[in-house]
Design a protein. Structure first.
Ligand SMILES: Cc1cc2nc3c(=O)[nH]c(=O)nc-3n(C[C@H](O)[C@H](O)[C@H](O)COP(=O)(O)O)c2cc1C
Length: 412
């Protein structure tokens, strides 16, 4: 008999999560000076902790402040003070829930306006059509740069655990650096880090090993992986199954299955290679296949807003349900479902022809809800897409200016 979404899940390391619902990573862009979490972040995570979700995965935290997915992001490095991170972890754990820090390096997915060096396995720039110029031209990473990245992942993980986070999630999805190495479209290397799938997965493997060596044995270590990049000739579901096997041999505690990248935003339900995803629980079919073969629990995230679908995920053999936007618009959804199983989070439905702009607007409107919660307010589901997009662009411009001023000397 299958489990309820409210039953605990014991991970391979013996640690039990309170239930099978996780808040998926959503970058908050709410850092205070020094790329640190502040009061607004603590408020936000406390609100989620009160809402009944058993596991909160943070928005991606940068391993290097010189390479940010966006301005206003959080970075945790060797010399970062640990106090604010302790407060963040304890706000999230208030009701006995767990918090994992998602750790990430953007690789080539950095805005040109931010400046700095754009790292990637090869010199393949992002192809965003007429928006391509918004992103920097990558330079292929040297061996030393690769080793530096591996070390940085380990340092960030070690400090997260020191601050009281229950675990870390290594971000190897959505077209960021580790996912760039996995992809045959942007990894054109002919050395040990490119070519065969084993070589393309080497950076992920080395990062996992370095993280494992830097934290106590019982620490939870998870990976977020694309089921596919949804681009012709890209990382596909066969590759993903192979990588899950490799991660099983490394005793990873959970793999979250997502998909896509900036070029093909499948994580929001639309792809650039014309493949159609399910209308709800976008990656459930992939996740089911993976769960059949995986030695660790599988979580699937994308397009889940209803209890019936969340329970279907578990009934079909996938162990955890990831919720992103649903919890931005309805932070107490897991508790609300207990009293009214028909409660549904209403996500913005932006049907603009330009998929890239629609995706940016979706992010903007969602982040607005996080900012509201940070200020102690409730989300406001009916925000206008165009208004949120413009407000977000103005806010980002200001943050980019601050970032550039602060780091101008480092980037000179
Ligand atoms: C505002 C916003 C920020 C996001 N930031 C991250 C992130 O930092 N790391 C990540 O892995 N995914 C991120 N995502 C993707 C979500 O984790 C999730 O995969 C995606 O939103 C699909 O799930 P959903 O339909 O439940 O929202 C973000 C999504 C949104 C809307």
């Amino acid at each position: 008999m299958s489990q309820s979404i409210y039953s605990p899940l014991t991970l391979p390391n013996g640690i039990a999560l309170p239930n099978r619902l996780a808040k998926a990573a959503m970058e908050e862009n709410m850092a205070i000076t020094g790329h640190l979490p502040g009061d607004e972040m603590f408020n936000l995570y406390e609100q989620w902790a009160n809402g009944g979700t058993g596991l909160l995965i943070t928005g991606n935290v940068m391993i290097d402040h010189r390479a940010m997915t966006g301005p206003g992001g959080i970075a945790l490095e060797l010399n970062t003070p640990i106090g604010p991170f302790k407060k963040w972890a304890s706000a999230a754990q208030k009701n006995g829930g767990h918090i994992w820090m998602q750790i990430n390096h953007p690789g080539r997915q950095v805005y040109a306006a931010l400046g700095g060096k754009v790292l990637s396995p090869s010199d393949v720039a992002l192809d965003m059509g007429k928006h391509s110029k918004l992103f920097g031209q990558p330079t292929p990473m040297s061996e030393q740069e690769i080793q530096d990245v591996i070390e940085r992942f380990a340092i960030t993980a070690q400090k997260a655990v020191e601050a009281g986070f229950n675990g870390v999630q290594i971000h190897a999805a959505h077209g960021y650096l580790l996912s760039q190495f996995l992809s045959p479209l942007c990894n054109l290397r002919t050395d040990n880090w490119g070519g065969s799938l084993n070589n393309r997965a080497r950076l992920l493997v080395e990062v996992v090993k370095a993280v494992q060596a830097s934290v106590p044995k019982e620490t939870t270590i998870a990976v977020k992986l694309n089921s596919a990049d949804f681009q012709r000739g890209g990382f596909d579901s066969e590759d993903a199954l192979q990588v899950i096997k490799i991660l099983g041999d490394l005793n990873i505690d959970l793999v979250e299955v997502s998909g896509g990248s900036y070029e093909s935003p499948a994580m929001q339900g639309s792809t650039s290679d014309g493949r159609t995803l399910a209308r709800e629980a976008y990656f459930l079919n992939f996740a089911k296949d993976m769960a059949k073969q995986a030695t660790m629990p599988i979580m699937t995230t994308g397009g889940i807003t209803r209890l019936a679908i969340a329970q279907q995920v578990i009934d079909e053999g996938v162990q955890m349900v990831g919720l992103g936007r649903a919890l931005a618009f309805s932070p107490s959804l897991p508790n609300l479902w207990k009293t009214d199983p028909t409660t549904q989070a209403t996500l913005p439905n932006i049907t603009w022809k330009n998929k890239a702009m629609a995706s940016v607007a979706t992010m903007a409107i969602t982040k607005r809800q996080l900012q509201r919660m940070g200020k102690g307010k409730q989300p406001k589901g009916n925000s206008w897409a165009i208004f949120s997009l413009v407000a977000d662009q103005i806010r980002l411009k200001k943050l980019i200016k601050q970032y550039r001023n602060r780091y101008a000397s480092e980037q000179a």
